[in-house]
Design a protein around this ligand. Structure first.
Ligand code: FAD
Ligand code: NAG
Ligand code: NAG
Ligand code: NAG
Ligand code: NAG
Length: 564
């Protein structure tokens, strides 16, 4: 394997999540951004339930949770009277369950979101290099030569360097995508151009997402910040003079008053403003040799149900652990093809969904729409799955094409099949550590495969044999990359206690599933034989197995075999 770091071009959400995932895997990264300093603006401010789970595994959840706020009630006003509420409604969300504790999306301005990620990176000694622009690159079989341009005292300073891998997280106008010559097919809806931005607001913090005007003519939507009481994000759409407003941002205030008739809302300075043109496009490849694209560089879509940020960080999280294993020499480079194999079908389906939502949102008069609500529920992304992936494995079960139908499959939120999201399960009592309690989400790690071994309560000697053999398989995998976690059901009584004692030392951690949530959530019968679920570093289930050979089969798809 070549030496040198991974270069990430672009420090938006996808670049930052990738950098953090790699650093947590002990990989050296360089992350650059052409902007001289962090961007302003709330932009993509919704964080989906699946994104919250990503933060939980990545170790950034507490900060995200602390700074975010709930989704607010929506108010649409009468197009003819901006004081008269035409409808008031809440976007329906699901209630939390044991397996899905973060069921509701939250609001967190993208500026704050990015700041949290940068702080965690800095704690690991990695700073974003602002004011550094990737101009171009060429690649060979074992490295990528990149050209990075910096502006110092008004002069351009050009740096040429060699890196092992390059990831373009450089947004919709991606230089990396263009240099690779990837197709970016889809459509641009010029007629749906909008103006978006943040504006200061005086007086009491606003409590609703509000909409004034008639979307078929001119409309304005506002969304108060979750963090800053004096900031209101806005979208103005319809028949407005965008160039005029861009040239003189303060005219936004007049436009707002004209559409809404709400002089009582005291607006201040415009913080930032940008044109937004719904683009619905995606690439057909996410990797060419040593170069990748992720996030908006690979796909862009309408901001409705805005899956932009959410799916961008999932791209990165999917790629991060794979790239780390390859860079360490633990996995073959071919593992990297599974990044595109897994993510492209998700992206294609997401584009369909957001496009449909765009149509509905632009055509409805006021109030919610049942098809809209249904679509929005899919946007939790908890059903996103990789069941069709060639690297997931189900021992002794033929792949059933019928279960592969949908990448956003609702059932896969909790079915715990290979390729599905790995559900949460609380109250695991750690017998190897004086009774400390943990939950599966505490155990999952962005750098480790967790092999969950459900011991069963069978007394046959073959189960202790199986446990012995499983611990052998785990020990033969690359150091630090796999962790064995034994989970004993409380019903197994003295049998279970015996298994615990014996297994102490065989597995890194031994837990009693106090309330049976892990067994239930992973559909493991408490009275059964040994059953194994392998959870990948990105929180997806890589395999289900019932023997050491099955687990070995799975790892054979991930790691280089001993002989290589
Ligand atoms: C103006 C704007 C407004 C948006 N508003 C919304 C919204 O209201 N709702 C919503 O859901 N989504 C919105 N989005 C989309 C959302 O922000 C993105 O989906 C999300 O940010 C994707 O993250 P990313 O990291 O892939 O790309 P980005 O966040 O676009 O980050 C790309 C980064 O790469 C940097 N970069 C670009 N080229 C280079 C280069 N050559 N060298 C080095 N660095 C480079 C850029 O400076 C930028 O920081 C908006 C996007 C934009 C651009
Ligand atoms: C993220 O997903 C949630 C739905 O779960 C959505 O409300 C939000 O707008 C999305 N955010 C972005 C920035 O795409
Ligand atoms: C997207 O929608 C089109 C048209 O409705 C359909 O033909 C296509 O199969 C859909 N693709 C996905 C991935 O859902
Ligand atoms: C455990 O491994 C040994 C040696 O490879 C094998 O003979 C035995 O059948 C295995 N036992 C089980 C239960 O898999
Ligand atoms: C295993 O658990 C089941 C269900 O609780 C119970 O009926 C059975 O007796 C247990 N078997 C042993 C050997 O403990």
């Amino acid at each position: 394997m070549s030496t040198g770091p991974v270069l990430i071009s672009g420090a938006g959400p996808s670049g930052l999540v990738l950098a953090l995932a790699l650093r947590k895997n002990g990989i050296d990264v360089r992350i650059i951004d052409k902007e001289p300093s962090p961007r302003l603006g709330e932009r993509g401010a919704g964080v989906s339930p699946r994104s919250l789970e990503l933060h939980k595994i990545l170790g950034t959840f507490d900060d995200v949770n602390r700074l975010s706020g709930p989704i607010k009630t929506k108010r649409d006003y009468d197009p003819l009277d901006g004081h008269k509420i035409a409808s008031e409604y809440v976007i329906p969300t699901n209630e939390p369950t044991i397996g899905i504790p973060y069921a509701k999306p939250v609001m967190l301005g993208q500026n704050h979101h990015e700041r949290i990620l940068r702080a965690h990176l800095e704690a690991l000694g990695t700073q974003v290099e602002f004011g550094s622009e990737l101009r171009g690159f060429t690649q060979s079989a074992d490295s990528v030569s990149v050209e990075i341009v910096r502006h110092v005292d008004g002069k351009e300073v050009v740096e040429q360097s060699e890196v092992a891998w390059l990831v373009g997280c450089d947004g919709a106008r991606s230089v990396v995508r263009k240099t690779l010559g990837l197709s970016f097919l889809g459509e641009t809806k010029d007629d749906r151009e909008m103006l978006i931005g943040d504006i200061k607001v005086k007086g009491e913090a606003r409590q609703y997402w509000e909409r004034w005007g008639d979307p078929t003519k001119k409309a304005v939507v506002t969304r108060p910040s979750s963090q800053d009481a004096d900031i209101l994000s806005f979208i103005i759409g319809g028949k407005i003079d965008i160039p005029k407003l861009l040239a003189n941002p303060n005219l936004v205030r007049d436009e707002f008053y004209e559409i809404s008739g709400r002089q009582d809302i005291v607006l201040g300075e415009v913080v930032w403003i940008s044109k937004y043109r719904p683009n619905i496009r995606m690439v057909d490849k996410l990797r060419v040799g040593r170069v990748f694209v992720a996030g908006d560089a690979a796909h862009c879509h309408s901001p409705t149900g805005g899956q932009g940020l959410n799916s961008s960080i999932q791209d990165s999280f999917n790629l991060g652990w794979k790239l780390a294993l390859v860079q360490k020499g633990y996995a073959p480079a071919s593992l990297l093809d599974s990044y595109g194999e897994e993510r492209l079908p998700i992206i294609a389906e997401m584009l369909n969904k957001t496009t449909e939502l765009l149509k509905i949102v632009f055509n409805r008069k006021t109030g919610p729409d049942t098809s809209e609500n249904k679509l929005r529920k899919a946007m939790t992304q908890l059903g996103v799955n990789y069941r069709g992936s060639s690297i997931v494995y189900n021992e002794g079960v033929e792949r059933d094409p019928a279960t592969l139908a949908s990448a956003y499959n609702k059932e896969s939120e909790t079915a715990a099949q290979p390729g599905d999201r790995a559900p949460e399960a609380p109250v695991l009592v750690d017998v190897s550590n004086t009774g400390t309690q943990a939950s599966l989400f505490d155990i999952f790690s962005p750098s480790v495969h967790s092999v969950l071994v459900f011991a069963g309560n069978g007394t046959r000697s073959s189960s202790s044999d199986t446990l012995q053999n499983l611990s052998g398989v785990i020990a033969r995998q690359p150091k630090g990359a796999v962790r064995g976690v034994l989970i004993v059901s409380p019903e197994s009584g003295s049998q279970g206690a015996a298994a615990c004692t014996q297994a102490n030392g065989m597995f890194e951690q031994v837990f009693v599933d106090r309330d049976g949530h892990a067994h239930a959530g992973y559909h493991v019968p408490v009275s059964g034989e040994v059953s194994v679920v392998v959870v990948r570093p990105d929180g997806f289930i890589g395999a289900r197995a019932h023997s050491a050979t099955g687990v070995e089969q799975y790892f054979g798809r991930i790691f280089l075999s001993d002989s290589e």
